[in-house]
Design a protein around this ligand. Structure first.
Ligand SMILES: Cc1cc2nc3c(=O)[nH]c(=O)nc-3n(C[C@H](O)[C@H](O)[C@H](O)COP(=O)(O)OP(=O)(O)OC[C@H]3O[C@@H](n4cnc5c(N)ncnc54)[C@H](O)[C@@H]3O)c2cc1C
Length: 467
């Protein structure tokens, strides 16, 4: 058995980032405690602390590989729970610019679990580790530090029960995984450190989601039908098939053009998608719930790697470092990749050094951020610097998507990059460029764009944000 790095690590937040962090910390600390404000023990399904969990979530291929490594047998558990799974490019139907990508095997797995189902399974695995405990229904209030404020020594919490008692939990390492609302930037300032710089790209996005029982089968064996928003039609959808004959439909709208939650408006929005089959499947389907909307004004990246001073005993992981435009499906996978970086640092047998950790995870974030922000800047209403790299990248991607409608090999290569398995450079190899250029010209234009109200310009992006 490996030497332990410390006695106790405390993870703030028991979402997907907190769970993968706890899993790797459990190999290096004698005790790991996860603190969350929601009831987690014995709970299942959507919860208050994760309102975005009600909307379509897909785990990218790299995230799936990491979960398989950290939790052997997880896929069998999900199979046993009836969660459908298949090949990322062969069993999912993708549309870009209204054109269907040719399906082809990649060997990469896509598990069609909703966010609460995936989280429940991962949480069960983490909670079963002998040295992990969960302190749920606890509000995280503040960090505690040494008198010189150079080291974080724990966290002050308040129990969400009748007496609302406050207590201090001591820790050798505190990992903040409280998500987009992370208070580490404010805590740093209170402790006399600089706040990290922030990059922000306004996308004015919203997801609106409803569940239906369909009367017809539009899937034809596929797991999901996903028309991706494009500048020509900035409305998109994720339409996975769930267990029990239920379909989840998340409609996405950018730049303030949001799908209404009430049924009539929801159906009208679905009708204006770049492809007809989703509207045709739901127009006479049985609606199973009221619609819910989640607004996502901007992608936000905290530049922790640029700080020159940072207290010992504290790290941040997940959306608290970078919260990506969710249509690219990157958040859970990037959190898992960050956890693997943390694991590598812990393997040295010494407590992780914040500056090295943030430097290393920034390389992971760079790749995902460039993919997402580059894609967003293809929309004229998204403000930000359109460098030559961004413009060339978007011009090439539009040809690549056209080529992928003809050539399943191009679809597979694209999915490996979008799935964060291969680096973006894989799409620029000479053989691939040749396939793209050869096939793009053979693809007819996409269908006529249904009438969409003119989108609003959403606002300026502060200098320094974006690429
Ligand atoms: C609409 C939408 C769709 C998305 N789709 C995808 C997708 O398809 N694929 C993908 O990979 N990612 C997707 N994401 C992103 C993904 O949800 C996150 O990146 C991922 O869950 C990691 O988040 P996290 O664990 O860092 O934070 P969260 O999921 O926000 O979890 C934070 C946890 O901290 C707890 N907490 C917060 N503050 C406190 C406090 N003060 N006291 C106690 N507890 C606290 C909360 O209860 C919660 O459990 C989507 C996001 C949105 C908004």
């Amino acid at each position: 058995m490996r030497a332990l790095v410390g006695d106790r690590a405390v993870v703030l937040g028991g979402g997907m980032a907190g769970l993968v962090a706890a899993r790797v910390l459990a190999d290096a600390y004698a005790r790991v405690l996860i603190v969350d404000r929601d009831r987690l023990i014995g709970a299942s399904g959507p919860r208050r602390g994760v309102p975005h969990g009600r909307h379509a979530h897909a785990l990218l291929a790299r995230g799936q590989q990491i979960l398989d490594e950290l939790f052997p047998g997880l896929k069998s558990d999900l199979d046993a729970a009836g969660v459908p799974a298949g090949d990322l490019a062969d069993d999912l139907r993708w549309y870009f610019n209204g054109r269907r990508l040719r399906q082809a095997p990649t060997g990469l797995l896509s598990v069609s679990a909703t966010r609460p189902v995936l989280e429940d399974h991962v949480r069960a695995r983490v909670a079963a580790l002998p040295n992990v405990t969960v302190a749920d229904r606890c509000d995280i209030l503040a960090l505690t530090t040494t008198p010189g404020r150079d080291r974080v020594t724990g966290v002050r919490v308040r129990r969400n029960d009748e007496d609302g008692a406050e207590e201090v939990i001591e820790a050798d390492l505190v990992v903040d995984a409280t998500g987009r609302g992370s208070r580490t930037p404010a805590w740093l300032e209170e402790l006399g450190y600089r706040r990290p710089e922030e990059d922000r790209v306004k996308v004015g996005l919203a997801y609106t989601t409803r569940h239906f029982r369909l009367r017809s089968d539009p899937y034809d064996g596929d797991l999901s039908i996903n028309p991706v928003a494009s500048p020509a039609n900035p409305r998109g959808a994720f339409f996975p098939k769930l267990p029990g004959g239920v379909s989840q439909l998340s409609l996405t709208g950018m730049l303030g053009d949001h799908a209404p939650a009430e049924l009539e408006g929801f159906l009208a929005f679905a009708r204006s998608l770049p492809i007809p089959e989703i509207y045709e499947a739901i127009r006479d389907a049985e609606p199973l719930d009221e619609g819910v909307t989640f607004r996502f004004p901007a992608s936000v990246r905290h530049r922790y790697e640029r700080l020159t001073r940072f207290p010992e005993g504290l790290l941040v992981l997940g959306d608290g470092v970078c919260s990506f435009n969710p249509v690219y499906g990157q958040g859970m996978t990037v959190a898992a990749m960050e956890a693997m970086t943390l694991r590598e640092h812990l393997a040295s047998g010494r407590p992780p050094l914040a500056r090295r950790y943030f430097r290393d995870i920034s390389r992971i974030i760079d790749v995902a951020w460039d993919i997402a922000v580059g894609g967003d800047l293809n929309f004229p209403g998204v403000e930000g610097p359109r460098t030559l790299k961004v413009r060339l990248g978007n011009a090439y991607m539009s040809r690549l998507h056209a080529a992928a409608a003809n050539d399943g090999g191009v679809t597979a290569a694209f999915m490996r990059v979008a799935g964060l398995v291969d680096p973006p450079g894989a799409l620029m190899r000479p053989g691939m460029v040749w396939r793209v250029l050869r096939n793009a010209g053979r693809t007819p234009a996409g269908p006529e764009v249904p009438e969409v109200p003119e989108v609003r310009k959403y606002g300026a992006v502060p200098a320094g944000s974006g690429d």
